[in-house]
Design a protein around this ligand. Structure first.
Ligand SMILES: Cc1cc2nc3c(=O)[nH]c(=O)nc-3n(C[C@H](O)[C@H](O)[C@H](O)COP(=O)(O)OP(=O)(O)OC[C@H]3O[C@@H](n4cnc5c(N)ncnc54)[C@H](O)[C@@H]3O)c2cc1C
Length: 300
């Protein structure tokens, strides 16, 4: 036995919930299947979303679910999707041993972060060490900060973070892959560069206190930023369909969020690698408007 929906949304973050909200307001029969393990669960506050600046991720989610559930044609189920395929124009979705079908599927499953393998990093990520300065730079302004990273983007990243705090130490955790001129440029701006491996991060309740280098040298820091969180897709859509990745690790779609598989859409972080809450939500809104319009014209 399977239950049929007009649209199944996989993933209930900002992107998926906003898509479901607008589809619900359009009287569409929608199912949201959500594992409820968003990447920002590690943090205590989200910023930069007008009317919700500083909101706790779980509160944002709670409000979102209660808003979509106000529409009778929308169902939200906390559950992990374990397979997806298409047969004779219909998508088949499996989750918790249940089977659903839909003409359209929206993938809004986001990304997972894989943190650098540094002892103590897990304890501080999301509390005092972050990736995105627009999300968390204000709270760390003028503080003594550590920057972790050693790929070609590091100089640009340092220049950006320097805007929020001039007290920076860059930890490349091994020989720095930058030129001698770039090293001089850092020194000219009083930004210290530590190339020796990091032994551990010492923290209390998520608050970074010290970065300890392999030699035992100790650097007092109260927060920091990680250039590369090696994010990967949370949901392996590419295992079910032949879908390519973008340079940012997102699933490739045409303009309008549709993949090369008809009726299969990707929005939010899954499409961009990192979209931020507002863009994820707005993409959910835009896609829902487009889908409902298309369905209304088809129904005519
Ligand atoms: C530490 C940190 C701090 C951040 N701070 C901010 C901030 O201050 N402001 C801001 O705008 N952005 C912030 N972000 C970024 C923001 O969290 C993301 O850009 C945003 O959550 C993307 O929304 P989304 O709906 O695409 O994905 P997500 O919010 O990640 O939601 C995806 C959902 O899909 C679910 N899912 C995954 N796989 C499956 C499956 N197989 N079956 C069912 N469900 C599944 C997940 O469990 C999750 O609930 C932060 C990110 C991090 C890591």
């Amino acid at each position: 036995m399977s239950e049929q929906y007009e649209v199944v949304v996989i993933g209930g973050g900002a992107a998926g919930l906003n898509a479901a909200l607008v589809l619900g307001r359009s009287k569409r029969k929608v199912l949201v299947l959500d594992e409820n393990k968003a990447r920002n669960n590690v943090t205590k506050a989200s910023h930069g979303y007008l009317t919700r600046d500083g909101v706790k991720p779980e509160e944002f989610k709670e409000i979102g679910i209660s808003e979509i559930e106000a529409y009778p044609s929308v169902t939200y189920i906390e559950s992990k999707v374990t397979s997806l395929h298409k047969e004779e124009g219909l998508f088949h979705i499996h989750s918790d041993e249940r089977h659903y079908t839909a003409e359209r599927v929206v993938v809004a499953t986001g990304m997972k972060d894989v943190l650098p393998d540094i002892k103590g990093m897990q304890n501080v990520y999301g509390t005092t060490v972050f990736h995105c300065p627009y999300c968390d730079g204000w709270e760390r302004r003028e503080e003594p900060l550590a920057i972790f990273g050693n790929d070609p983007g590091i100089m640009d990243y340092v220049k950006l973070i320097y805007h929020w705090s001039k007290d920076l130490i860059v930890f490349t955790n091994g020989p720095a892959e930058i030129t001698t001129e770039e090293k001089e440029d850092l020194s000219l701006h009083n930004v210290k560069l530590i190339e020796e491996p990091v032994r551990e991060l010492v923290s209390e309740n998520g608050n970074l206190k010290k970065v300890v280098a392999e030699s035992g040298d100790v650097y007092q820091r109260s927060g920091g930023f990680i250039l590369d969180t090696s994010e990967t897709q949370s949901f392996p859509l590419h295992e079910y369909f032949n879908i390519e990745f973008t340079e940012m690790g997102g699933y490739y779609t045409k303009e309008g969020c549709e993949t090369l598989v008809e009726g299969l859409y990707v929005i939010g972080d899954s499409r961009h690698g990192f979209s931020g809450l507002l863009k994820a939500a707005s993409e959910g809104y835009e896609l829902a408007v487009a889908l409902n319009h298309e369905m209304a014209v088809n129904d005519w």
